[in-house]
Ligand binder design. Sequence first.
Ligand code: PGA
Length: 303
Amino acid sequence: MNDLRKVIEQLVRQTLLEMNHSETDLKPMVHAGTSLNTAHHYGKRQPLVAANWKMNQLSGTARSFMSDFQLRDRKNIQTLICAPHILLPVLAAGKNQPDLMLGAQNFYPEQSGAFTGEHNLDMLSDAGVQSVIIGHSERRNLFGEGDELLAKKLAMAVENKFLPIFCIGETLKERQDGATFRVLRNQLLTGLSSLKNPLPNPEMIVVAYEPIWAIGSGLTATADQAQEAVSFVRERLADRFSYSYANSIRILYGGSVNEKNASTLAAKPDIDGFLVGNASLDANKFSSIIEQTAACKRKVFVS
Ligand code: PGA
């Protein structure tokens, strides 16, 4: 019955899109603050707060982080730390919370073989990893990872039951030129292009909207800007899949999130959590972001 509903929804949307070939699909159909969401749909998505440690920490600081990382409130929230590969076994050994997930920041989408310096998904799984970041702007821009490679990584992560955090985001110039929505749509749709049927549970796909101008810059997107972009992404997911599937995919915001701005951003209905860089290196700040997000999402859901 559910499958039939999805197929009908998809057909209706496709037909409507084909009838309307104007540029309207490049603009969000709703204003910031409103969305496809209803409290009912919203309640289906478990908030997720993920740390992206990038190239930071050593085994000693990773161990201290783990002993300082005490969450008072983690009811109904998923937590994840994406650490450098070499620190993953250290974190797995020092993990004090069974539901804390570990993630990698990169992998190579092949089974095994002559790929000097790379790690495959089996190795990550062996080290206790359940999630991978894919398409982070630093991988795209500093290491030249292109759309084709990223689409292959996303499909492979999904097939291997890893939780992918697929990142998309515009540069400052693209935003100033009014190209934000076009960029987001292209990155999203090319990334999803290699996904095969049967699709995974929508809970097993996470998209992170990370405006490049906000990463590590101290400049955060306003809550309205973030909501507008994230709700646009959800609409494109609905075009690609179906409303109900899109409404179960979690979309995170990333870019200078900290313990001071987390609750304002988390109050927005389409923002399902965060990918946190700098502020995640400090166990107290990271726990505060998680606890505020958990509390805020419970409040939004109840009201
Ligand atoms: P930031 O990094 O929180 O330091 O801006 C976020 C990210 O790059 O994922």
